[in-house]
Structures are given as C-alpha cells and as structure tokens.
Write a protein that binds this ligand. Structure first.
Ligand SMILES: [Zn+2]
Length: 353
C-alpha cells in the first residue's frame, strides 16, 4: 500500500509544515506556480524559517509539467544543495516538483492550494507537452513524504477547481473496481489491497453525499464541513484509491481524447464524462449510471460531448483505438477492449441512458 507518511488537513494546516519537515534536513527548495506562491508562499516560508529551516531555493514559475520544466528545476535544485523539495500549488506544479525531487534524490512535500487535482499524495507525475497534450506518466519510486492541505487556502480558490477535482475523483471507484477484477482474473502480483477499494467506495459516497452542498456553500462564501469532507474525499481517499489500484477505461479514453486535439475542458471534466462511458461499457445497472449522470448535472460536470468541444467522429474513432490498445491503462479492464464497443458506449451516453 503506497501512501505518504503524513497527511495533514485543516484550517491553517501550513503552520505544521516546518515543524513536521524538520527531520528531513534544514535546507528547503520551494517550487510552485505564481498564483499558488502569491497565495500561500508567505505562510510556507514563515513555517519553514520559524522552525530553523533555510529556504535555499524559490521558483514560482512552474506552469506545465513537461520534461524541460522538470530538468530545469532539477538543475536549479542541484545548485541549492536542498535537503528536500516543497511543491506548492495544483497538479501541474506538484507533479513537476515531485519529478524534480526524484531527479535530485531528495524527499518531497506537497502543499495543495486548490482541489482540481489529487496528485499531491501520489507517486506519479503526469508529463505533458508544452501545449498540454498528454505525454506519459512517470512512476516515481516513493510518495511525497508529507501532504499538507490547508483548507483555508483551498476554500478561497475558485469553486470550479473543486468541481474539476470531484470529476477526476469520481473515476477512482469504477476504475479501481475494474482494475481489481482484471488482476483477480489474471491472479498476478498486482491484486490491490481491500483497503484501496474501500477508499474508492468511501470517496464515491462522500462525493454523492456532500458534493452538491459543498459547491453551493463555496459559491456563497461559506466554508462548511461539507467542503472539508469533499476536499478529503478528493485529496486523500481518491488519491490513495487510484494510487493502490489503477486507472482503466475512463483515463485511457481521456488520454485518447486529449491526443486528438479536438477536446476542450479540464482533466476532471473529461474524466467525469469518460467515467460515464466506462460505466456504460461495463453494462452497469441503468439506475446506477443515471444517478451519476444526475449528480454530474447538478455539480456542473459535462455529461455530453457537446460540452467538451464536440470532437468529430474520426477523432472519437482515433481516441477509442488508442484507449483500447495503446494506452498504459488499457490492460486494466477485464478482457480485451474493443474500440467498436467503446464507440457504442459513447453513442449510448450521447443518446441518453
Ligand atoms: Zn485523473
């Protein structure tokens, strides 16, 4: 079971950063996006410095997780002689920080500043091209040692980030279950722990129960318990569920669609739509699928392709071919996937369930 050693969530949680990071050394390299460090940078610095940790490097220019950005940061980090890296921001900044720390052979701490991504605790970095086309997933040998989710900071980010985060987190139960089924059939060494599946299930229940209220509350400037519950479902439960199971059709199709260059929308929006496609592909009960579609509509997640730029028939064929065969997650669905069946599932989603 891969997990970070420490997960701290709550109002003002950044306060604990320096205190808990102290055993890692006394030289920190802080990296993040410009907005993230404008919002949380001072708190991060204060927490480190007040615990005797010197900030030896500071890069607030991380925009996209590309190989070039990872190499640039690793090079910069080498000169600072930092004992550990602190990645601050959303998925792109944190994935870049994790990969740079791996190149530097030092531990990394994640400080999330918004909830669009569940990358903070995982031992993976998703690498994109400069124009944000999916390239590959780097499997890192270790998780970040610590994850800090300051809910004061996250609740002040635009509510759309939480919507996107929920869209991505929606997939973890269904992909995890498909993955487990596949591994059980193959009886290979990757049969996931029951704990990971339980987390996927807990995440799903929390999203269904608290998701809509959390968004309404955030839009009204009300930082309620539901907001915190959803942050935990995305940042902890979904992250540890997917980390210890695997992605399947939903992410494979997402990756295929983004490669066509004809799909618009954020990662979580595309993944939410692709999760509905996976549910149809798996022939799950219509009531279960309708429940998820209704929830997506209430939350503001896309349930039809026209909300995602309406890719052409040829693009859908290309994406389905890729998802069935070429994507690394293709092997995680039970049985050999057929592009024609993926296209049929898409068609059914478009026509209505
Ligand atoms: Zn994802």
């Amino acid at each position: 079971m891969l997990t970070p050693s420490i997960y701290i969530q709550g109002k003002g949680a950044i306060y604990y950063l320096g205190q808990k990071a102290f055993p890692l050394g006394d030289k920190a390299f802080v990296v993040g996006g410009t907005t993230a460090l404008q919002v949380a940078g001072e708190h991060v610095k204060k927490s480190l410095v007040s615990n005797g940790i010197e900030v030896v490097g500071w890069n607030d220019k991380v925009k996209e997780c590309t190989h070039a950005a990872i190499n640039r940061l690793a090079e910069e980090g080498k000169h600072t002689k930092a004992h550990f890296v602190v990645g601050v921001g959303g998925g792109r900044a944190i994935d870049t920080a994790k990969a740079a720390a791996w190149k530097l052979k030092v531990p990394v701490i994640s400080v999330g500043t918004q909830c669009a991504s569940n990358a903070d605790g995982s031992a993976e970095s998703v690498v994109y091209t400069e124009d944000h086309k999916f390239l590959e997933v780097l499997a890192l040998p270790r998780n970040p040692v610590m994850v800090i989710e300051d809910t004061d900071v996250i609740a002040k980010a635009p509510p759309k980030y939480l919507v996107w985060g929920m869209g991505d987190a929606l997939a973890c139960k269904f992909e995890g279950e498909a993955y487990a089924k596949t591994r059980m059939m193959k009886q290979d060494l990757e049969i996931p722990p029951a704990a990971a599946l339980a987390l996927g299930d807990a995440c799903f229940r929390s999203l269904m129960e608290h998701g809509q209220k959390a968004i309404t509350d955030l839009k009204n400037g009300n930082h309620s318990v539901d907001v915190d519950d959803v942050i935990e479902a995305v940042k902890l439960a979904s992250a540890m569920a997917f980390e210890n199971t695997g992605c399947a059709l939903a992410h494979a199709l997402h990756n295929g669609l983004t490669r066509t260059g004809q799909i618009k929308g954020e990662h979580g929006e595309i993944v939410a739509y692709c999760t509905i496609v996976q549910m149809v592909y798996e022939k799950r009960p219509a009531d279960e699928i309708r429940g998820v579609v209704a929830w997506c509509e209430k939350i503001g997640l896309p349930t039809k392709l026209k909300m995602l730029g309406e890719p052409s028939k040829a693009a859908l064929r290309m994406a389905s071919d890729y998802a069935a065969d070429k994507d690394a997650n293709s092997r995680n669905m039970p049985g050999k996937m057929k592009p024609s069946e993926i296209l049929e599932a898409i068609d059914k989603v478009e026509r209505g369930i």
